[in-house]
Design a protein around this ligand. Structure first.
Ligand SMILES: [Zn+2]
Length: 475
């Protein structure tokens, strides 16, 4: 393994395929412009800005003329896009590359604590700054750049490639990815694999591993919201009962936090550590190579940090707590939402049972809101051609990283495609150091121009590896 230098941005050494300075500049410029469209998904649909989404569509048409002249484009749910690049071979099943157009809001449109305003689009200090540069316009633009480049080279893929950009991933994907999946399903499309966002290249996040690790998610945790309500007759606060709605709800939440789900090591996490063990210092290598013996110890250690705790537990997060309208009136109703993130294998019923048993108070109404159906998300095959193709493209662009399978702790649009394929992989090659983790959905979201160039190279390489009638040599 060659010695490589990395700067504190997490940017990785020079790569094999090299792009001209001018081209790199134009790549960054287009991502910078993409940030300026406020394609925000709000919990409140009234805040949705149609013109921003339409504007973004027009921008894509202008920025990627070859893609739009060559590929069939279908619009679903008004703003989601499905492109079809027809392959010339009939033998292999098509693949689907997914990303999402929408972003989460910034605390204020002008930016609050941001160094550069979140929707201004700004290139400075070697970075492209703004909402969407990590999640997930980076991927939308990165994929389109790769396609545009390959089309310029006259490349024609052997198999059909679908490109699916949802517009409501941040609020569940029901109008976007779900509709795209339903359309493909109605056409009886079966996909070899789906590649979506999810995991990244991380450094300094996994204990005892100093090298950068490209994690390819082979499963994801599902999100489940449990609603708790307490309804009791209100009244004046000068004659309070022994326990109020506020007190009952506080006690219920407290019990849930005190009685977390037990830790458990599921297959994707186990596989991750098995892959990474040889990279660890001797003592740790012994521990992580012998999980049959040391699993308890490892789980205990992982549970001490929130980012690794989420890998070994169905997590409990009270996110909404509402009660009361006036300082001298007893609140007649208290309501709370607890967001659970389920390990593969856990189900809505299992969580409900746990919540009921733990709270054990008939005054608290417990209801599961939207959540996964009873079957847990499946595991994608690390021995499949798809996994190997992704691994190959990663190593071509980032030769010094270790590629390992992993568990995605957030939910992605990719789950909507599960009826169409056996294999969903979740990976976006952005380099994330531990202090970058809070930039996701947080302030000062950014990507280095070098890293963004590598994102484009990765998608280009992945598609190129599929082979073409022209059989062009790799760059
Ligand atoms: Zn995302």
């Amino acid at each position: 393994m060659m010695d490589t230098s990395k700067d504190e941005s997490g940017k990785i050494n020079d790569n094999k395929p090299s792009y001209s300075e001018e081209y790199v500049k134009s790549l960054s410029g287009r991502l910078e412009k993409a940030v300026r469209f406020q394609t925000i998904s709000h919990e409140d649909p009234a805040q949705f800005k149609e013109e921003e989404f339409k504007g973004f569509q027009n921008f894509l048409e202008k920025a990627f003329p070859k893609v739009h002249a060559t590929m069939a484009k279908e619009i679903l749910g008004n703003y989601s896009l499905l492109y079809t690049w027809k392959g010339v071979g009939e033998k292999e099943l098509p693949i689907l590359l997914a990303a999402h157009i929408d972003v989460v809001p910034a605390e204020t449109q002008s930016g609050g604590n941001w160094i550069y305003p979140p929707f201004q689009g700004h290139i400075a200090d070697g970075f492209i700054w703004g909402r969407g540069t990590m999640d997930d316009k980076v991927s939308v633009l990165g994929i389109l750049e790769a396609l545009e480049k390959l089309l310029h080279e006259g490349y024609v893929p052997n198999r059909t490639i679908y490109i699916a950009f949802g517009h409501d991933e941040e609020v569940g994907g029901r109008d976007g990815a779900a509709k795209i999946a339903a359309l493909l399903n109605s056409r009886r499309v079966i996909l070899d694999y789906v590649l979506d966002e999810g995991s990244t290249i991380i450094r300094g996040v996994i204990p005892n591993v100093s090298k950068s690790v490209a994690l390819v998610g082979i499963a994801e945790k599902e999100s489940l919201n449990i609603e708790l309500t307490v309804d009791i007759e209100g009244g004046h606060s000068m004659m309070p009962p022994r326990q109020t709605t506020v007190g009952i709800m506080s006690s219920a939440i407290n019990k849930l936090e005190q009685n977390q789900f037990p830790t458990r090591m599921e297959v994707p996490v186990r596989k991750m550590f098995e892959t990474l063990a040889p990279e660890m210092p001797f003592g740790m290598r012994v521990v992580f190579s012998n999980l049959w013996l040391f699993e308890g110890l490892v789980k205990k250690k992982l549970a001490t940090t929130p980012s690794t705790n989420a890998l070994v537990r169905t997590t409990t997060a009270p996110t909404i707590f509402q009660a009361g309208v006036k300082e001298n009136i007893l609140a007649p109703r208290a309501r709370a939402i607890v967001n659970y993130r389920l390990l593969p294998g856990d189900t809505t019923d299992k969580v409900l049972l746990h919540v009921r048993k733990t709270i054990n108070d008939p005054r608290v109404m417990i209801v599961a809101l939207e959540g996964p159906k009873s079957e847990p998300s499946f595991l994608s095959d690390t021995g499949s051609k798809g996994y190997r193709a992704i691994e190959k493209a990663i190593l071509q662009v980032f030769p010094e990283v270790i590629v390992a399978p992993g568990l995605v702790i957030g939910a992605t649009d990719s789950r909507h495609y599960s009826p169409l394929t056996q294999n969903i992989f979740r990976f976006l090659p952005i380099c994330v150091c531990s202090d970058d983790l809070q930039r996701f959905h947080g302030t000062d979201e950014r990507i280095s121009t070098q890293n963004y160039t590598d994102v484009v190279k990765f998608y280009t390489q992945l598609i190129r590896n599929e082979g073409s009638i022209q059989n062009l040599p790799s760059e």
